[in-house]
Design a protein around this ligand. Structure first.
Ligand code: ZN
Ligand code: ZN
Length: 96
């Protein structure tokens, strides 16, 4: 995939523009990780979220992306937070 670089952890880091939220931006206003999911995994379903299994917002590696309902997505992040309380920056930045 162009415009991305592999990390030691297996993440493909987006190398082009970014949204202020930390997500990769395609240059046309689309999220890079959503475009990557659509191109390499399958169609995006309306209102579904694309979750980073690696919790790396700039990652566009298709195998690190899963489509979840907003509810399941929130639960996945809460679970991850409980597991790793340190300083993991999750995508959602949930405010407690
Ligand atoms: Zn990744
Ligand atoms: Zn997520």
């Amino acid at each position: 995939m162009m415009l991305s670089a592999l990390t030691a952890g297996g993440c493909r880091m987006w190398q082009a523009g970014f949204f202020t939220s930390g997500y990769g931006e395609m240059g046309d206003g689309r999220y890079a990780h959503r475009a990557a999911y659509e191109a390499f995994v399958g169609p995006l379903v309306a209102k579904m979220h694309i979750h980073h299994l690696c919790f790396n917002r700039g990652c566009v590696e298709p195998t690190h992306l899963v489509q979840l309902t907003p509810k399941a997505h929130g639960a996945a992040h809460r679970k991850a937070r409980l597991k790793e309380r340190r300083s993991v920056k999750t995508e959602l930045e949930v405010q407690w």
